[in-house]
Write a protein that binds this ligand. Sequence first.
Ligand code: CO
Length: 470
Amino acid sequence: MTEIAKKPIKITETILRDAHQSLIATRMTTEQMLPIVEKLDQVGYHSLECWGGATFDASLRFLKEDPWDRLRKIRDKAKNTKLQMLFRGQNILGYRPYGDDVVEYFVQKSIANGIDIIRIFDCLNDLRNLETAVKAANKEKGHAQVALSYTLGDAYTLEYWTNIAKEIENMGADSICIKDMAGLLLPYTATELVTALKETVKIPIQLHTHYTSGVGSMTYLKAVEAGVDVIDCAMSPFALGTSQPATEVMVETFKGTPYDTGYDTKLLEEIADYFRPIRDEALESGLLNPKNMGVNIKTLIYQVPGGMLSNLTSQLKDLHAEDKYYEVLEEVPRVRQDFGECPLVTPSSQIVGSQAVMNVVGGERYKMVTKESKDLLSGHYGKTVKPFNEEVQKKCIGDAEVITCRPADLVPNELETLEAEMAQYKEQDEDVLSYALFPQVAVEFFKYREAQKTKMDATVADTKNGAYPV
Ligand code: CO
């Protein structure tokens, strides 16, 4: 066994992305973020995760904000720290596979607007779905990090993880992330996994977990001792529960050891003081649900990521079937087995979750089948680690064609068509990408943006005429 060098641990701060996505449905606004970015920039973090994932959708849909504008404003204030985003492989930040030209253009524009590190993952760990994004990031001189969607199951042996890590290194990734979205990685398993990966590949290994099952900081401790290079943490006001382990806690833990981050505790305290009232406000308004803050040991049994738990709750609420919560939780692993033992992360988490809801609420398994379930079972999301349950596949898709190629090979280049469709709304190059991802939501946003401008122009005109708006 090779001797593991003990070195200061690096931290990626997630408070501007995953932390609020996991705890308050991605509702932190740019206005809430900007006043603290300069201080975050002084900490010396490895990176600041601030974009991608659900932030893009939530900005346009709920906050009526331009996500590109948010990125530029953060970049403007974070002069020293690398900015990081989360990217769903060929699905970009959306829910379907896009043409390669759209993926390439999105990567190009993300980097041009300020992103340094792109964390790219696929919900099935089908590396074919990551190729285009990784190549594009290489070409734009960005840091391409490939994330393994971590999950448990018969197929997921150490050999599986080390083989796929080797492939990732060979495909030109700059680092690997173990993306433990559900908090399933136990401390001693982390020792084994990190040790095995460090022995297999030369590129850095980063670990991302969620506190859902309550083991997060212990997992980090063991992973750090095993030589992991970077850990993902969130400032305490938006840490724990379905979010990440707390930054300050990990910093304190490693103080005076060879893993010492060297971060300024006083500065971290000031940052925490800034976010605490935002947390209090979210608690008061109900946006932050205390249910998502405790330990949910059931995640270890049902393997349901934090974001998925809250989605299931709201789906059942809409159907007036909240009493079926535990039945649905028990159905989730069965559907997952039927669907090739796939990891549960966007979008497979939503597909499996919605199908589990239908199977329970519908009174018969697979009597109602979503379009997404059908697409998954016909290979349109890629290859699963295990074969599908043939009986279920037959019941859901009948004799429909099953594909085995890289799904995006069937998606022609589409940038020109998209440009033509949205030309009337275009104010910046990036608008076509917002439109590509969320056509209806983006158009609504473009109209809103236009209306705001007209309103502002009118105000300026009124003011010039000596009249003031009331
Ligand atoms: Co996460």
